[in-house]
Write a protein that binds this ligand. Structure first.
Ligand code: PGA
Length: 259
């Protein structure tokens, strides 16, 4: 059975103190029990205090230990070494991270990440006990040319080339034209791509992995559109940017799935 995941991608927003304040505000808004998994992706320097905060929270609300996690927006694939300015997955693992984003479109377009580099990150995440969240998605130009599935297939093939099939993985479908633009994919349009990704996973990795892998949608998710998107059978959660910066809008998205 796959789980429904709602993830906050804070990008380069929130100081460590602001991250902690967000958690303070979000906590009383979370239903008990929580029916989805929540993941926060803070900045790297925000992660250590956040990790400590979650440890404290788990003590007073132990039911959240299984459903309230954090991850990193990026990390290097080597365990250590001469890589100035980078953060290793070993460090993340030691701090208690559970997830790592790989190949977010901003990493692809602004930092030139692609191909085997992403495959190595996915593989290292898995060997470090982290769940990689591989992001894929087409630009508007590619969609208009009818190339969306070709591009997504290339990204899946490259990103998963070194992955282990026994370790968990998650996929986030984020059409580039929907990220930060306020232009969300139509629920049916997103569902069609999610269904196609699941079929691709089934063909390449088998039915068990395909049916157990959560495929998240990302791109201008908001409290207004989350419910309808969450009702689609192949949409297993959200990767939320802008609307994850305020605890009330993020909470509304978390609870959009219902029970
Ligand atoms: P957005 O960002 O929700 O602001 O569109 C999503 C993302 O980049 O992960």
């Amino acid at each position: 059975m796959r789980t429904f995941l709602v993830a906050a991608n804070w990008k380069m927003n929130k100081t460590p103190a602001e991250g902690l304040q967000f958690v303070e505000e979000l906590l009383p808004q979370l239903q008990n029990p929580l029916h989805v998994q929540v993941i926060l992706f803070p900045t790297i320097l925000g992660s250590a205090p956040l990790a400590q905060k979650l440890q404290e929270i788990w003590k007073t609300r132990p039911e959240l230990k299984k459903s309230f996690h954090w991850g990193a927006q990026n990390a290097h694939y080597e365990k250590n070494g001469a890589f100035t300015g980078e953060t290793s997955m070993a460090v993340l693992q030691e701090l208690g991270a559970k997830y790592v984003l790989v190949g977010h479109s901003e990493r692809r377009t602004l930092f030139g990440e692609e191909g085997d580099l992403l495959a190595k990150k996915v593989a290292t995440a898995q060997t470090q006990g982290l769940t990689p969240m591989l992001c894929v998605g087409e630009t508007l130009e590619q969609r208009d040319k009818g190339q969306a599935k070709i591009i997504i297939e290339q990204q899946l093939k490259a990103g998963l080339a070194r992955a282990q099939t026994q370790a968990p993985i998650t996929i986030a479908y984020e059409p580039v034209w929907a990220i930060g633009t306020g232009r969300v994919a139509e629920p049916q349009q997103a569902e069609e791509v999610h269904q196609w990704i699941r079929a691709w996973l089934q063909e390449n990795w088998g039915v068990e992995i395909s049916s157990n892998t959560s495929i998240l949608y990302g791109g201008s998710v908001s409290p207004q559109n989350a419910r309808e998107l969450s009702q689609k059978p192949n949409i297993d959660g959200f990767l939320v940017g802008g609307a994850s910066l305020k605890s009330d809008s993020f909470s509304a998205i978390i609870h959009s799935k219902g029970v």
